[in-house]
Design a binder for this molecule. Sequence first.
Ligand SMILES: [Fe+2]
Ligand SMILES: [Fe+2]
Length: 379
Amino acid sequence: MNENELQSRLLHIDKIGVRLTRIMWALILGFGLSAILNMAAAAGSVFYDHMPEKVAETLYMKDFHFGTFSIDALKDSIEAHHLAGIGYLMYSLYSALIVMILSFYRKLIITVVRGGQPFTEEAGTMMKKYSYLTLFFIFSSNPIVTILLFMILRLFAVIFDYGAYLQKKANETNRIQEEMIMSFAEITENKSGQTGQHIRRVSEYSKIIAEELGLKDSQVEMIGLASTMHDIGKLIIPAEILDKPARLNDEEFATIKTHTTYGAALLSRVEGDIMQLSKTIALEHHERFDGNGYPLGKQGRAIAPESRIVAVADVYDALTSRRSYKKPWDPKDAYDEIVKNAGKQFDINVIEAFKSGYERIEEARERYADKDTVEDCEL
Ligand SMILES: [Fe+2]
Ligand SMILES: [Fe+2]
């Protein structure tokens, strides 16, 4: 089962959950009403002598029994209307118990389905336990209702168990992807000769920009992770070019450009949403909004939004970092340079997000600063 299938199955369970909570609400109302009416009837039996004869007889003089709980056995020792009172009381308690169980289930389902909490095995186990409570009334005069309820409640438990299983699988896939990504990122960093924290900072800046753009938390996290592999293609670029302490000539620059396509080719072999996004970012992070970038010369919205975000993060970090051929720029100058390029090199909306998140970007830059950027080198 691949990750997409897992997600679509989880979504399907969510949909079933929403429908079930509606049915449960109706059941809760029904059983709640039954609890109240039966309780009223039970209490009424005390006033039996003061009731109009017709009402008293209809309510309390029928042959009343509550299944094999056999209150019939008490028939000789207490008066019939008290017997009926006890019967009503038991019905009322039964309904109240069902209301309790259903409310508990409904709350759990809502937390998971609408609250976006993950399915857990504990929830499934708890549901199973609660469902047994209904069996307490299996000997009532309504065994079919009891069995049906028991089965419905067990069904919930099974759905939750299955949800928990799928969730676990999905988490496992994500964990493996994350581990692979971190190792890839580390290898690239070691090879590329870039300042140690470049990948970390690009990831942080990208997340901040994505947040400012109003993306969902899960998307923000994904961009943060996927961005760490944007330069993975540098693994094939010779170290002499990567570390060259001077401007590159045309041929060398052409070689360096291939890190985008090579990175994408490398990542396209791996399955999973994050890896697919990484591939896109690796391929497109040097594309420009005006179409003058590389490797494909894509333009505007043809470039994935995630790539447009990482492009800004990457350039801001490149400018403010030391490279073998240049000193780090002053952050203020780098900021102006980036903003100046809105609509040319960069997407205008992304630049707006960069501007509004700039304070946090600067905090991240300081937090993940390279150890050696404090003193200027003479290159
Ligand atoms: Fe790059
Ligand atoms: Fe980079």
